[in-house]
Design a protein around this ligand. Structure first.
Ligand code: AMP
Length: 193
């Protein structure tokens, strides 16, 4: 199956992507994780992406489309994948459709995680505090001000994505504020599980 999870940062996409990946035996692919790894490794992509990521802005469409195009071509993604954090713009969505169509493939489901902004802020701040308390490294972009920039970027650029996928008849919506297990239960019927 080829699945896209849509929703702002902190909406629980990563958690559900990991669960679905285990259930379906296909890899979860997060462009945020790939970009953070590139930043840590100091690759040319990482160096280019770091500034936009630290500000909470999106990196260029070209950069993420290239990363995803390479990644979904790998053998472990042949049977399918769960995209978390990609696409984030209509341009990226069009590029994904074209990439898949080039191999005679299409998406199976696009699932949007709906969450309220204030509840999301509390969740993100909680995640940062927990990581700090455990002595884990905190993400540069997990603070209230950067969160607002990221949420604004989401609203501006990602909301049109819902319309894009709704027009194609792919879009399904879950309540991202429910407990994790309830969100998983909401997801499964969309995947024929
Ligand atoms: P995430 O972990 O998905 O919240 O992503 C962290 C950051 O990586 C975002 O705030 C963006 O700067 C960048 N990023 C991740 N995925 C994308 C994407 N599909 N398009 C543009 N920027 C992205």
């Amino acid at each position: 199956m080829r699945i896209v999870l849509l929703g702002p940062a902190g909406a629980g996409k990563g958690t559900q992507a990991a669960r679905l990946a285990e259930l379906l035996g296909i890899p979860p692919l997060s462009t945020g994780d790939m970009l953070r790894a590139a930043v840590l490794a100091g690759t040319p992509v990482g160096l280019k992406a770091k500034e936009a990521m630290d500000r909470g802005d999106l990196v260029s469409d070209e950069m993420v489309v290239e990363i995803i195009s390479d990644r979904i071509g790998k053998p472990d993604a042949r049977r399918g994948f769960i995209l978390d954090g990609f696409p984030r713009t209509v341009v990226q969505a069009g590029a994904l459709d074209a990439l898949l169509a080039g191999s005679g493939l299409a998406l199976d489901a696009v699932i949007e995680f709906k969450v309220d902004e204030a509840a999301l802020l509390a969740r993100i701040m909680g995640r940062a505090r927990e990581a700090e308390a455990e002595g884990m490294p905190t993400r540069n972009d997990d603070n209230a001000e950067i969160f607002r920039t990221r949420f604004d970027a989401y609203r501006r650029q990602c909301v049109p994505l819902s319309a894009y996928y709704a027009d194609k008849g792919y879009l399904r919506v879950v309540d991202g504020l429910l407990p994790r297990d309830d969100v998983t239960r909401q997801l499964l019927p969309f995947l024929n599980c």
